[in-house]
Write a protein that binds this ligand. Structure first.
Ligand code: OKP
Ligand code: ZN
Length: 344
């Protein structure tokens, strides 16, 4: 299994986020990708760079004005004499206008994001674009015949929607991978999101589509981020009705209950009969994760790899969350090594 990685991820660094009432250094750090890369190099996975995929391909899943905002945000911010990282100070809640993006940078920021955990710094665009290209490159490898490929994406992507960013995510890497597969020979695609947090962006992007099934296992949004999407009664709309499946799980979930939900997810995917699978691979389900509340152990990640391989589908794995930096490399390598063993 080839690993797609770009060192440009490291340009997204130095941001702060609002966490439990205080501004703290972002949990989503360059060290995460560095530790994953080292663990995969140690296990002799071949590492390849992303291709120079044209930026207009982002518009397969994203709004053009939104992409333009992300590309130009830092320049607008610094042109106003500001420094430090960009965080919003107001959002268009119910009762406020939903039909006009303010021309000033602060209003535009609140318009395009939905939280205060997703800072934009000088190198954010370069890193987000490299992550998106990594995911599309991994999809291209699979579309061209590899049985599986892994994109070491950083920043992650599954909270980013058609025209919004948030949750450490700017461009939706997994959705871009799924769209690439759709555009290159796969009539039907499934996205399985196993990150601790609900993939609200991916769900929104494919909500009204019947060609891409979205299935997500995550912590209950009643108490966990992103709070406002990811409930079991969300099933898609229009042509996409029945093509979204949310399996929220309680805090404290361990492998035994996780595995039962995973079986339900994999059965739904088998019924959709996709030509390829995209996995949003977050390892923040780990027991020692600093911002999450599930209790998966290191050895459970090999079990997860076994189960994913048992779907017997061409598979693009896309890195999402995981914030227990000391163990993130072992946990990701555990999934990929088990997956690769089963597909040999
Ligand atoms: C991104 B991914 C901590 C509260 C939570 C956002 C969490 C984003 C998770 N300040 N903030 O799904 O791993
Ligand atoms: Zn997460």
């Amino acid at each position: 299994m080839r690993v797609v990685h770009s060192p440009l991820h490291a340009r997204h660094d130095g941001g702060v986020e609002l966490h439990r009432g205080a501004l703290v250094p972002s949990f989503e750090s360059p060290a995460r990708a560095q530790f994953i890369l080292e663990a995969l190099q140690e296990r002799r996975f071949p590492i390849v760079p992303p291709r120079d995929i044209p930026e207009d391909r982002l518009q397969g899943v994203h709004d053009g004005g939104f992409v333009e905002f992300l590309r130009g945000a830092w320049a607008r911010w610094t042109a106003g004499g500001r420094d430090g990282s960009m965080l919003p100070s107001g959002f268009p809640a119910r009762g406020l206008r939903q039909d006009h993006c303010p021309s000033g940078i602060n209003g535009a920021m609140g318009w395009y994001t939905f939280d205060a955990s997703t800072p934009i710094v000088a190198g954010t665009w370069d890193a987000a674009l490299a992550a998106a290209r990594s995911a599309m490159t991994a999809a291209a490898l699979v579309a061209e015949g590899d049985s599986a490929a892994y994109a070491l994406c950083r920043p992650p992507g599954h909270h980013a929607g058609r025209a919004f960013y948030g949750g450490y995510c700017y461009l939706n890497n997994a959705a871009l991978a799924a769209q690439h597969l759709r555009d290159h020979g796969c009539a039907r695609v499934a996205v399985l999101d196993v990150d601790y947090h609900h993939g609200n962006g991916t769900q929104e992007i494919f909500w009204e589509r019947d060609d891409v099934l979205f299935v997500s296992l995550h912590a209950t949004p009643e108490s966990e981020y992103p709070y406002f999407l990811g409930y079991a009664d969300e099933r898609g709309a229009g042509r996409g009705e029945g093509c979204t499946l949310n399996l929220p799980l309680p805090l404290g979930t361990r492998w035994q209950e996780y595995r039962a939900a995973l079986d339900v997810a994999l059965a739904a995917i088998a019924r959709h009969a996709p030509d390829a699978l995209v996995v949003s691979l977050g390892v923040d389900t780990f027991e020692a994760d600093p911002i999450s509340g599930f209790r998966l152990t290191c050895s459970d990640y090999s079990r997860l790899g076994d189960h994913l391989a048992a779907a017997h589908l061409p598979t693009v794995l896309v890195q999402e969350g995981g914030y227990a930096v000391a163990e993130i490399g072992a946990n990701v390598a555990g999934v990929l090594a088990a997956f690769a063993d089963r597909t040999l």
